[in-house]
Design a protein around this ligand. Structure first.
Ligand code: MG
Length: 204
């Protein structure tokens, strides 16, 4: 499986990092080895001094597809989850300034946190109206709603499938809202989707 991540999909977040609002979806990949396995502790990587959390809604692909028309995108996924796209911001800035790829900053082991469960999308009145948030040490640091996505889930699926075949089990990280920030060893992160806690992570 592959992990597709959308960047700059919330305008307030694009602004906070000094980026322009994109005119078409921006995506990058994480390898499957980036997924932090269940019950494995998360260790702060030695190669960064500025590790950032990014809470994001996840979409799990359930059907093989390419060149998907936007009006059919909804038939290619049935579940929504929650994740953290960990980013070594110092390394990413260095890559960006040199025009280099982001994998070193985004694809390292443990950089893809996936919540304890996925929900059927029918649970939500609209997939473009889902609340999610992240607490750091008990204090809310990020709060988003999928209605603020620049590119909807259907648009993302259609767009990415023009370039890459989507396969069953692929996961899309749909972008983070404003409020990203650094974490330190000893911090605790908790992620919520419509009030349900799906992520609880101690940084070691
Ligand atoms: Mg992200």
């Amino acid at each position: 499986m592959k992990i597709i991540c959308i960047g700059r999909n919330y305008s307030e977040h694009a602004k906070e990092l000094g980026n322009e609002t994109p005119k078409e979806p921006l995506y990058f990949l994480k390898p499957d080895s980036a997924i932090l396995a269940k019950k494995v502790p998360f260790y702060y990587p030695a190669f960064t001094k500025d590790l950032h959390y990014e809470i994001e809604l996840l979409v799990k692909i359930n059907k093989l597809g390419k060149h998907i028309e936007e009006r059919f995108s909804h038939t290619y996924y049935s579940q929504i989850g929650l994740g953290i796209d960990f980013t070594a911001r110092d390394i990413q800035q260095e890559c960006k300034s040199k025009g280099l790829p982001w994998e070193k900053a985004k694809g390292f082991d443990g950089s893809a946190i996936i919540g304890t469960q996925f929900f059927d999308k029918e649970k939500f009145e609209s997939v473009q109206d889902i609340n999610f948030s992240l607490n750091k040490n008990g204090k809310e640091v990020q709060k988003g709603n999928s209605k603020d996505m620049i590119f909807t889930i259907d648009k993302i699926i259609s767009y990415v499938s023009q370039f890459m075949t989507l396969k069953i089990g692929d996961i899309i990280y749909t972008g983070t809202p404003a409020g990203v920030g650094p974490i330190s060893i000893g911090d605790k992160l908790e992620g919520f989707l419509e009030g349900e806690k799906l992520i609880s992570l101690n940084i070691k």
